[in-house]
Design a protein around this ligand. Structure first.
Ligand SMILES: CC(C)(COP(=O)(O)OP(=O)(O)OC[C@H]1O[C@@H](n2cnc3c(N)ncnc32)[C@H](O)[C@@H]1OP(=O)(O)O)[C@@H](O)C(=O)NCCC(=O)NCCS
Length: 175
């Protein structure tokens, strides 16, 4: 059983993380469009959902307890792949209005736990060299810079910093 569908209540509001479905994709693509990520678009997310990494595609919702009808919008998402014993984190983004409330950390913690459950021993990612906010998030979750890929990103062209975290023996990822 995947770990997804769990609730994080160590915030002032409850954040629910579940496995992404095709019904989530319009919102996911909308968030992607406002996040400065290299765009995948609806078709690429849909294709990924059909593959063996679908358990590593997750969305976070924030419960709206005062609303009579359940209309929790997606606050953020994360997408990763497993290759051998390595969890490769591809995309993580949080809606602008939900940022700095621990949702990025919750998504990263959750996917690292899921990777560990699937026997990954390390997690790896690339991040724009100038994206210091994301690098701070990753560092908080145990990632360290281990290298650089020259001109990895386009539009605008920029180096990638490669960051890696050890998953085996991981306790609380983002303390
Ligand atoms: C990076 C991103 C996912 C962080 O999401 P978030 O929900 O705001 O992150 P959190 O609230 O969990 O913050 C975790 C840590 O990240 C760092 N951080 C995040 N936003 C920050 C900001 N505006 N200023 C300084 N540090 C920041 C801090 O270290 C923070 O820990 P702290 O709150 O204990 O200080 C979000 O800013 C985002 O969607 N950015 C655009 C997409 C992107 O760059 N994705 C990564 C591509 S590789």
């Amino acid at each position: 059983m995947p770990l997804a569908d769990s609730a994080y209540s160590d915030f002032s509001e409850a954040v629910y993380i579940s496995i992404m479905t095709e019904h989530d994709l319009l919102e996911v693509v909308e968030i992607e469009g406002h996040s400065g990520l290299s765009p995948w678009g609806w078709a690429a997310y849909y294709a990924e959902l059909q593959g063996c990494n679908r358990e590593l595609m997750m969305v976070a919702r924030v419960a709206q307890p005062l609303e009579p009808v359940k209309t929790d919008q997606i606050a953020g998402y994360i997408v990763a792949r497993l290759a051998a014993e390595e969890l490769h984190i591809n995309n993580v983004a949080v809606r602008v209005e939900y940022r700095r409330r621990g949702i990025g950390s919750a998504l990263l913690t959750h996917i690292m736990e899921e990777g560990q459950r699937l026997d990954a021993t390390t997690a790896l990612l690339e991040v724009r060299a100038g994206n210091s906010l994301a690098q701070a998030l990753y560092a908080k979750c145990g990632f360290q810079g281990v290298g650089r890929r020259r001109s990895y990103y386009l539009a605008p062209q920029e180096d990638a910093v490669i960051m890696r975290a050890q998953l085996s023996g991981m306790l609380d990822s983002c303390g």
